[in-house]
Design a protein around this ligand. Sequence first.
Ligand SMILES: CC(=O)N[C@H]1[C@@H](OP(=O)(O)OP(=O)(O)OC[C@H]2O[C@@H](n3ccc(=O)[nH]c3=O)[C@H](O)[C@@H]2O)O[C@H](CO)[C@@H](O)[C@@H]1O
Length: 356
Amino acid sequence: MTNKKIVFTGGGSAGHVTPNIAIMNKLKAAGWDITYIGSRKGIEEDIIGKEDIPFHGISSGKLRRYFDWKNFSDPLRIIKGAMEALMILRKVKPKVVFSKGGFVTVPVVMAAKMLKIPVIIHESDITPGLANKIATKFATRVFVTFDETLNHFPSDKVLFTGSPIREELFKGKGQEGRAWLGFHEKKPILTIMGGSLGAKKINETLRQVLTQLTEQYQIVHLCGKGNMDRSLEGVKGYKQFEYINQELPDVLAASEFIISRAGANSIFEFLALRKPMLLIPLSRNASRGDQILNAQSFEKKGFAKVLFEEDLTTETLLTQLEALKNEKDQLQKNMSKDSAPNTLEIILKEIINTAK
Ligand SMILES: CC(=O)N[C@H]1[C@@H](OP(=O)(O)OP(=O)(O)OC[C@H]2O[C@@H](n3ccc(=O)[nH]c3=O)[C@H](O)[C@@H]2O)O[C@H](CO)[C@@H](O)[C@@H]1O
């Protein structure tokens, strides 16, 4: 193949970017020329900015199923985004467009379809998001993380690949993580990840019981942009960060327990690393309920414990954490029996075939 050019798109939250990084790293090593299209000033611009990959920001609009005055202006933004994407794709001339989801991807896949460039999309959650539902119409192939998702997409397009995980995550060193955090080995490390954008209620509840928690654990709190609590700076055994990048592998290697939202990518990373996890999925009030299904699937398979946001109080947080501690061995045993597909290899093969 002479033209090994590919365009990636995906954004709005890190869950629509980090799986792309896992795939892009493999393609880069195989000599592919990669370009990224994301929204201007989205989290993807920050993350891809650290990756040495050309990034093009386009205009993007949110698609909503509810009334909002922006419903009148956002379609115009999407059209503008499609025109911008069209210009970029015409210039780059990729063989394939790989789309990880998020609203910014809609104009990109529309533009690709207009230029007859094959589009592959990947859906991380059990049920498809609105952007991917629309994108499916323009896609050649649809990859899914959960086998439960197969029947949500046309059978001639869909393929179960599993979740693309960044290989660096498996190279973490606990000792380096502890050293970076300034933590010791005498107390276990508990990492709280409120999803890539943070989770207000989890942040608040955790901070209310911080004194009790730091008696037993050393806490890493990934609290999301704008959610740092400066009054807690210097609290012994507590470290908060908005978001961490290259330090994440070491921090996870050092972590004995995880409390997290149930974003699909994060939970598959914890599963791959065999981390006992307590999941607090985003509620139906704030989402389509995809995280609830993700969490229930993991609970059913014996990989995780689940605490619903509606039931989240300081008491339930502490009792469920205690239960997580008691069930640690069983959860890890169940996780070790999981045989994940060879996701990155499957995806690479499909990309190469599609590009032919
Ligand atoms: C509010 C919202 O819409 N959430 C959705 C979003 O979640 P979100 O963006 O939180 O996505 P995920 O939990 O799936 O993935 C987050 C990614 O960010 C990484 N990470 C996170 C924190 C950090 O400090 N450093 C870091 O690298 C994680 O390792 C992971 O790779 O996309 C997911 C995948 O479609 C969905 O399941 C979620 O419902």
